[in-house]
Structures are given as structure tokens and as C-alpha cells.
Design a protein around this ligand. Structure first.
Ligand code: SAH
Length: 262
């Protein structure tokens, strides 16, 4: 994916949060950008990798507050590119998975502006991994779907019953709707005993996983605070987290000099 020399706009995935999960391509675009238009999910640590003097524009939507409209963002990308500036549109995870990257690419194409996409490590893959949950596992699951827990205006509704055929579900944008989503999945026909992980702040400081079941979450799901960003993993693979979920902590323990032998 060599960069052709004068692509005015790069739609760049920033990964799930940990700067180590940024791609080399993303890092280079950040260092070469004149303007970076970023979402709320992109961490300060990653923004700090921009060259000094790079203009940063926060186009994020935050809880309780509306961000700028998609039309405003599209128009900004077009006008910055027309002004001859090198623009990076930086999004959490991958730009083309629930990131509205496709809409921005269409706006740029229709305005006759060259663009490229630099795929990112999606939270849908990296966050379950960081919690020790393989999305597929021999003998347990060989299918995965990524679905939204909350729908943007104009988006197609999720057919939860149809998703019964899929063994592992990753539900994004689930933060405040854990009980409602669990109820919808139960009504769709999944058993109450179906295990669920709520993975909060995956790959970031303060990462936390809560293990539960659909039945319990449908009854009490919204009683405990869920730190955001958070996603749900639903399916039998979640049981593996009991054995595999401690890998990050184990690494930290190993790396730490042992006080007893020091
Ligand atoms: N394009 C992004 C997803 C955008 S939707 C991607 O590919 O990752 C935003 C949702 O992603 C959040 O509501 C949350 O469900 C999930 N998410 C993003 N980063 C996360 C993280 N570090 N930990 C847990 N969930 C995360």
C-alpha cells in the first residue's frame, strides 16, 4: 500500500486505542499531515504523534452532546483538500467498519478529490483479543458477526433473530443499552445461559472485563456502570476468557522484577 505522492485526503484507522496498535502507514500519514480531523475515540497519546504545527480539528460526538454533522465534516474535508492541504481523517479502529468512512469517501469521490484509505485494527477484533476471547475457536465457534447496539438515524435495524445462526456476536456501541440488547437476543432465541463479556476500554489504561450471561444482563444489565468505550462479545467463546483473560496481567507480572529475589 505505497502512498502515491499527492493523495490529498487519507481516511486513516487509528486502531482500538493503544498506540502500539497503530499501523506504520497511519503513523506516516500523521507525521506528514497538515490537518488532522479526528473523532472522539482517538486518544491524546495518538494525536501526540502528529508533527508539531499540525492543525487538529476535533469532529467527535461525545456523550450527551452532538458533534458536527456528517455534512459539515464532508464539506471540511473537501475544502481543506481544495486549499491544497494534506488532510488526514483519523477514526477509531477501522474507517470502514461503523466509522462512516464510506460516506466520506463517496463525498470526496463526488467532489472529484483523490483519497486513499489506510485500514486500521478494528476494535471488533482487537478488543475481544485483549480480553483473552478468540472470536473463533475449533469446536466452539466458526462464525462471527459485528453488529451495532445503537443505530444511527437512517440505519437499517438489526434482525437479532436472524443472527441466531451466527455463533459469536460482537456488539459495538453497546455502552448504555446492555439490558435492552440482551433482551432482544433472548427474544431472538438465544438461551439465557449464553455467556456475554462486556469489555470496557479495551487496550487502554483501566481495561476491564465483566463476564455474565444474557439472562442476568437482561434482568440487571444496566445496574452496574459501564466505562466507555465498551463492546459486548456474545457466545460460547466467552467461556475461554476465564482461562485466557489474564494474559495481559501475566505479562505485566513477568516484566516486573520480583521483589522477593531482588
Ligand atoms: N470503526 C471503529 C468502530 C466505531 S463504533 C472500529 O473499527 O473499531 C464505536 C464503538 O466501537 C464503541 O461504541 C465501542 O463499542 C467500540 N470500541 C471502540 N474502541 C473500543 C475500545 N478501546 N474498547 C471497547 N470498545 C471499543
Amino acid at each position: 500500500m505505497r502512498r502515491s505522492r499527492h493523495v490529498p485526503v487519507s481516511l486513516v484507522g487509528a486502531g482500538p486505542g493503544d498506540p502500539e496498535l497503530l499501523t506504520l502507514g497511519a503513523l506516516r500519514r500523521l507525521q506528514e499531515a497538515d490537518v488532522v480531523v479526528h473523532d472522539a475515540l482517538v486518544s491524546a497519546e495518538i494525536l501526540a504523534l502528529c508533527a508539531s504545527g499540525t492543525r487538529r480539528i476535533d469532529a467527535g460526538k461525545r456523550a450527551g452532546r452532538r458533534g458536527p454533522s456528517q455534512e459539515w465534516i464532508n464539506a471540511l474535508l473537501v475544502s481543506e483538500a481544495r486549499a491544497g492541504r494534506r488532510v488526514v481523517r483519523l477514526k477509531g479502529g477501522d474507517p470502514f467498519l461503523f466509522g462512516r468512512g464510506g460516506e466520506e469517501a463517496l463525498a470526496l469521490t463526488r467532489a472529484g478529490i483523490l483519497w486513499e484509505v489506510v485500514p486500521g485494527v478494528s476494535s471488533a477484533l482487537a478488543v475481544p483479543a485483549s480480553a483473552g476471547i478468540p472470536l473463533t475457536h475449533r469446536g466452539v465457534s466458526s462464525s462471527v458477526a459485528v453488529v451495532p447496539g445503537q443505530l444511527a438515524a437512517g440505519a437499517e435495524a438489526v434482525d437479532w433473530a436472524a443472527l441466531n445462526a451466527v455463533q459469536t456476536l460482537v456488539v459495538l456501541m453497546a455502552g448504555s443499552r446492555v439490558a435492552a440488547i440482551s433482551t432482544a437476543l433472548l427474544e431472538g432465541g438465544r438461551p439465557a445461559s449464553c455467556p456475554v463479556a462486556i469489555v470496557q476500554r479495551g487496550t487502554l489504561a483501566g481495561q476491564k472485563t465483566r463476564l455474565s450471561t444474557l439472562g442476568a444482563l437482561a434482568r440487571h444489565g444496566d445496574r452496574e456502570r459501564v466505562a466507555t468505550p465498551a463492546l459486548l462479545v456474545v457466545g460460547e467463546v466467552v467461556r475461554l476468557a476465564e482461562e485466557l483473560g489474564g494474559w495481559r496481567e501475566a505479562l505485566v507480572e513477568r516484566a516486573r522484577p520480583d521483589a522477593r529475589t531482588a
